[in-house]
Design a protein around this ligand. Structure first.
Ligand SMILES: *Cc1c(COP(=O)(O)O)cnc(C)c1O
Length: 850
């Protein structure tokens, strides 16, 4: 008989072991080598069986073993020591506390998924793991941030592969108590409940779980509560489970419920309410509408004033250059929800217009969450330099008339949390060599500190562990219980090992490797210098085309000719990833450029000393330097996809055969010295750049600090500036159609200009109702190319207003020295000017001289 609900009954802990409770309920254990080892040592075999989670461990151990441990002085001393370390970690001042100047007081960070640990499967891939790493680095740096997400009862699915090679999904239910989460309770001890009014007299209730991620609370809203109808209970059943209304309800709960949850948490914990709201991708976009609704109902602001106030403190991060990856809902469905009373005081028609694809070629029937995100966030970014550029092109139509380069979307390149992703054995080397486990801040090129033998030794140890784990996993997945003998010889730690694992959307090209099966087979089975490949990846349950790719790979890998050398490991998740990255010599990534926004798996591999072999896309386009791996040339000029795949696959095989293999198998005293040089270089250089500490510092300094300053400035004195900005925006929008540059006079330009000459410029501008202070008239000048276009790094010089010209135009003028030589050009433009604009062109109003 199947139980309809399961839960964990915790044993009583002796006083000497009492700190274990606290250690188990702070997820810092997952990146602290010592705390992790402490729990695992309580019963190493059981630790693996229960899915490596301390709270589960405490529930599973049994009173007898606990009593035994309570009498073990050495164990008790370790418990005390770890408890003291946790206290020190939670209390001390960190980077953020030492930062000078005005700072945000509280950042709310929204994401539909959070990948914190393998035992908390609330993520599907890179987006979620990035969010988890963001929280962990915010914790390490002392940033006052709160994560906001949903608690999916079945998380994302677990994958197994059938005998036919087809992906099977299962959805084991999670018990939040048993995992180390706590329920947010009010002062009377009752669970806090959030409620959303929906159309059709329905109400969606949710409770709030708190996961402590070091110093950072992560609030997870859960619709599994007795107050809900059965229909409403299913809202948070699965991550990315359904479409249509199911998905919309999840996003409403995340956005609207999330704002309410973070307010409740702040109030109960005596913390200020957030001044910065950061949304990781568009799914949480409704948070902005909820905040507008609050400002309108509680503070009497108008729609436009509330919009100005919300935009000021909102950061929006876009993650996908694939239009199909953007969340869109039927416009009518959104209209129902917006007019249901969920957003009090908010004009439904105007709110809908914030998410419409108003440009030519846009779909008038949809509500686009990325568009909403960009309208509601005055601060926006992509996740690598290349992705920033792609995003400015992709969303440029929201700022018609603005040059693509100036579209107000910047970029901050992703990073990964080194303490989570670096293998414990490598951390141990770092501790031995430098006295701490910071593998990401040391100079690994110094062969006197870490010898070739030591470095190669630990690399080989990590590879050996992957080989053992692969054999264990394959043996466990064989359905009839008999492990075939070939599994015992699966993979070989002496062989050059290439890893490749990711979600399986088409653009990631899981099967590019199979393009020329004969050539791949020759590489795998070379008698002298073979290659082996370890692969993983999940396809979205509704995506059969992805499942077909997995099946092709699995079938290829089962061919007796190659099966010891290529293996597909099912259920790619954080746990598998932690074995995979350190165990590979090379990490492969072959997306269709430029569809990989950033990619982070290669960074995790690099921090463990693997070399990257990748298409120049995402982060690799930025940081590939010729010494840290290999770039697969992109066949941009191919006339179709087939040709492109052929060319790129051929280049990939060539690189493996002619570059990787010779270098890997070239040995001195059994060690590949030239290979290790690349490893040392990779660990040192990428170690500095590729961490989420660097990323979070960038977010704080470049986006959070300015967003907080804007929020405070607009809010002060009963929202004085918010009202001023809103009035300004509506005044210039109304007048802009009549603003024009009547004439530009540059009679001061000599016929034979020489460096050192000066240029007098005068522009007569018709402002028609606007004052000269409402605008900036700018001279843009610099070198030009063959098409007379100004170079990207052109200079901008603001002309000063003077008298009115006879025809009512205003004269703007200035003098500038000609510093550059060569072909030189300039143009004049007028745009709105206000101190609270982040980008000069963010209103999309610019008029150039013609
Ligand atoms: C890092 C990671 C990802 C994301 O990797 P990409 O390079 O962005 O594809 C996906 N899944 C898991 C389990 C990861 O650890």
């Amino acid at each position: 008989m199947k139980a309809i609900r399961t839960f964990t009954v915790r044993p009583v802990l002796a006083e000497s072991l009492a700190p274990l409770d606290r250690l188990a309920s702070n997820w810092r254990w997952s990146w602290s080598r010592a705390t992790h080892a402490l729990f695992a040592s309580m019963d190493p075999a059981l630790w693996g069986e229960i899915g490596a989670n301390p709270a589960r461990m405490l529930g599973a151990l049994g009173q007898e073993r606990l009593d035994e441990l309570a009498r073990d002085d050495e164990f008790v001393a370790r418990v005390r020591e770890e408890d003291e370390r946790l206290t020190a970690y939670l209390d001390g001042d960190r980077w953020f506390q030492q930062l000078e100047g005005d700072k945000p007081v509280h950042i709310a960070y929204f994401s539909p998924e959070f990948g914190v640990d393998g035992s908390l499967p609330q993520y599907s891939g890179g987006l979620g793991i990035l969010a988890g790493d963001h929280l962990k680095s915010a914790s390490d740096l002392g940033v006052p941030l709160t994560g906001v997400g949903l608690f999916y009862r079945a998380g994302y699915f677990r994958q197994s592969i059938g005998d036919d090679g087809w992906q099977r999904e299962s959805y084991p239910l999670l018990d939040p108590y048993g995992l180390g989460l706590t329920l947010l309770r009010n002062r009377e001890g009752a669970p806090v409940e959030i409620a959303l009014d929906l159309p059709g007299d329905r109400r969606l209730h949710a409770r709030v779980w708190v996961a402590d991620i070091g110093r950072i609370p992560l609030l997870l809203l859960d619709s599994e509560t007795p107050s809900n109808t059965d229909e409403m209970r299913r809202v948070t059943d699965r991550l990315y489970g359904g479409g249509g209304e199911h998905r919309l309800l999840q996003e409403l709960l995340l956005g609207v419920g999330g704002v309410r949850a973070v307010r409740a948490w702040s109030e109960l914990n005596g913390r200020p309410t957030p001044d910065v709201y950061h949304t990781n991708e568009g799914h949480a976009g409704f948070q902005g509408l909820e905040r507008m609704s609050e400002l309108i109902t509680n503070n009497g602001l108008s729609f436009d004033e509330a919009l100005a106030q919300v935009r000021a403190g909102t950061v929006f991060t876009t993650h996908t250059p694939v239009p199909a990856g953007i969340d869109r809902f039927p416009r009518d469905l959104i209209a129902d929800f917006l007019s249901s009373g969920l957003f009090q005081g908010l004009d439904a028609g105007r709110a809908i217009s914030l998410g419409l694809e108003t440009w030519e070629g846009g779909d008038q029937g949809v509500f686009n969450m990325a568009v909403l995100g960009l309208h509601l966030g005055q601060h926006a970014n992509g996740v690598s330099v290349l992705h920033g550029e792609v995003s400015r092109g992709m969303f440029g139509m929201l700022w018609p008339g603005v040059d693509t380069d100036e579209v107000p979307i910047t970029s901050i390149t992703n990073g990964v949390h080194a303490p989570t992703w670096v293998h414990p054995a490598l951390k141990a080397v770092s501790e031995r060599a430098w006295g701490d486990a910071h593998t990401d801040t040391h100079d690994w090129t110094d062969r006197a500190v870490v010898t070739d033998a030591e470095l190669w030794g630990v690399r080989q140890q990590m590879k050996g562990e992957l080989v053992a784990e692969a054999r264990r996993r394959v043996a466990a997945s064989v359905s009839n219980g008999h492990t075939p003998s070939w599994v015992e010889d699966l993979l070989d730690p002496e062989v050059l090992t290439i890893g490749f694992a990711r979600r399986v959307p088409t653009y990631k090209r899981l099967t590019l490797l199979l393009r020329d099966p004969e050539r791949l087979t020759r590489l795998l089975t070379d008698p002298e210098r073979p290659v082996q490949i370890v692969i993983g990846g999940k396809s979205h349950p509704a995506d059969d085309s992805g499942k077909i790719l997995i099946q092709q790979l699995v079938r290829f890998s089962r061919d007796p000719k190659v099966r010891g050398r290529i293996v597909f490991l099912p259920d790619y998740d954080i746990t598998l990833a932690k074995d995979l990255y350190p165990g590979c010599d090379v990490w492969l990534n072959n997306p269709l450029r430029p569809l990989e926004a950033c990619g982070t798996s290669g960074m995790k591999a690099a921090l463990n000393g693997a070399l990257n072999l990748s298409i120049l896309d995402g982060w690799w386009d930025e940081w590939y330097d010729g010494e840290n791996g290999w770039a697969i040339p992109t066949a941009d000029t191919a006339s179709n996809d087939e040709e492109r795949d052929d060319a790129e696959a051929a280049a990939l095989y060539d690189l493996i055969e002619h570059q990787l293999v010779p270098r890997f198998y070239e040995r001195e005293g059994g060690i590949p010295l030239r290979w290790l040089e690349m490893v040392r270089h990779t660990m040192t250089e990428l170690g500095r750049k590729a961490t989420s500490d660097r990323m979070v510092r960038d977010y704080v300094q470049r986006l959070y600090v300015p967003a907080a300053a804007h929020d405070v400035a607009l809010r002060a004195n009963e929202f004085f500036e918010a009202r001023t900005v809103a009035a300004f925006v509506s005044r210039v929008r109304e007048a802009w159609g009549r603003v024009s540059i009547a004439s530009v006079d540059s009679s001061g330009i000599p016929a034979q200009a020489q460096a050192g000459d000066t240029l007098e410029v005068r522009a007569d501008v018709r402002l028609d109702g606007l004052s000269p202070d409402d605008v900036a008239v700018e001279l843009l000048y610099g070198a030009t190319n063959e098409d007379d276009a100004l170079a990207r790094d052109h200079s901008v010089y603001r002309l000063s207003p003077g008298a009115s010209a006879a025809d009512g135009a205003t004269v703007f003028s200035g003098t500038l020295p000609l510093g550059v030589t060569g072909t030189f050009g300039y143009t004049v433009r007028v745009r709105p000017a206000h101190p609270q604009l982040v980008s000069p062109v963010e209103l999309g109003l610019v008029t150039y001289a013609s």
